[in-house]
Design a binder for this molecule. Sequence first.
Ligand code: 5CA
Ligand code: ZN
Length: 489
Amino acid sequence: MTENKKENGKNDAGKEAVLPLKSDFSEWFNSILDIGQIMDVRYPVKGLYVWHPFGFGIRKRVYGIIRDVMDNSGHEETLFPLLIPETEFMKEADHIKGFEDEVFWVTHGGVTPLDVRLALRPTSETAIYPMYQLWIRSHADLPLKLYQVVNTFRHETKHTRPLIRLREITSFKEAHTVHATWEDAKNQVDEAVGLYADIYRKLSVPVLISKRPDWDKFPGGDYTIALDTIMPDGKTLQIGTVHHLGTNFAKTYGIMYENAAGEQEYANQTCYGISERSIASLISVHGDDKGLVLPPAVAPVQAVVIPVLFKETAESVMTACENVVKTLKKAGIRVEMDAGDMRPGAKYYKWELKGSCLRIEIGPRDLEKKSAVLVRRDKGEKQFVSLDTILETVNAELKQMADDLYAAAEEKMKAMIAPCETAEEVKTQLGKGVAVLSWCGCKECGMKIEEETGGSILGTPDRPAEVKKGQCAGCGNEADQIIRVSKMY
Ligand code: 5CA
Ligand code: ZN
């Protein structure tokens, strides 16, 4: 196994922890969750994991951003029950088909069997919409835009993975909106896609936006737009979905409103969700061989101050460091002092692993020049900065780092996408990333392409074509669409 030969603290199992190189992505991901203190995977139920406080600190900030974006775009936060009666859950035929294999059921109260079994929500349409039926009366009640951040349960049969495929999704942000017309709901879908793109821009994570093929849309919906990112191993991760539900659920749950002419009409709905995959994506896209690289907006530690201590000058150096910490803290920067007696090299390693955005070192020689050494986590280069303007420098570097992380990640992602024509070309490309093909739009050709290449169809891009339209990769006929194909997580 390829490894970094640097020592570190212990991992969750109490063993000496060594981070594998990121080129060994799957090993790297599992290790970083452990020695980076994000999740403990030893909980004795498959697909359920425990947040370490450090990981939870990232989660808190990511969900702070998500909540801000929702609150600032006319959504209101709410909270619905976890348990859904079977009688409500079983009303929408397509929805049942899509989820019934994945539902956990509560069957007993104590030792007494329940009259009506209760589902642990796999998502909350069937909890929320019976209440919407009671709440919505007239067009004046519309649009209604609510969201909640909750845990949901899905008995996933595919390989479970922390942050990526969970049986208890701990951080499911789901929005459910109601509108008068199909057009209004479509506009909401477009707005939601924009909001999600904005959230991911704030996390410096580049996304591909694709309309999923009809056979892969949300069970019970009209169509689905997905946001995917490309992971370091070339596989894509779906990190958000927005669904147009049409009037399908409204008809099932009787959600009607009186229009301006006094007639009863079925409402049009949308729903959209993001999970802790958002955190999986930012860890995976930005991290490196040394550990976490965290966007400043979500890093629990944005700057660490390390005094370089020698007997004679220890006091003055400590005072200078304390002043820097005080100045930064006062300005709202998450800063830590590390005056412990580890070797400097061990300290650097520790804070690099933890993804501290900036490292500030002050030694006696720096102090003489009223300066400090500043190292940005993503660049790794030393620069000498004046102590007089340290706050301005830190603010500027943090801001620049967020932009640079995005630019670097976007460039990397673009290099992982390539136009392909033959099945052989696609197969080779799927080991590296996403293949883009011409497609006539029919399901048979879609299935054939998936079968021949071993990839999955992400769908059609929302943006101008990345390859010229040509012959369908399935049937060879004139094709008016292009599709993205990838290996999906
Ligand atoms: N009700 C709709 C919108 S909230 C819904 O449930 N959509 S979903 O099934 O597509 O889920 C929303 C997002 O949650 C997905 O795009 C995916 O990013 C994430 N997700 C789905 N299943 C899991 C899982 N088992 N573990 C982690 N994240 C998941
Ligand atoms: Zn075709």
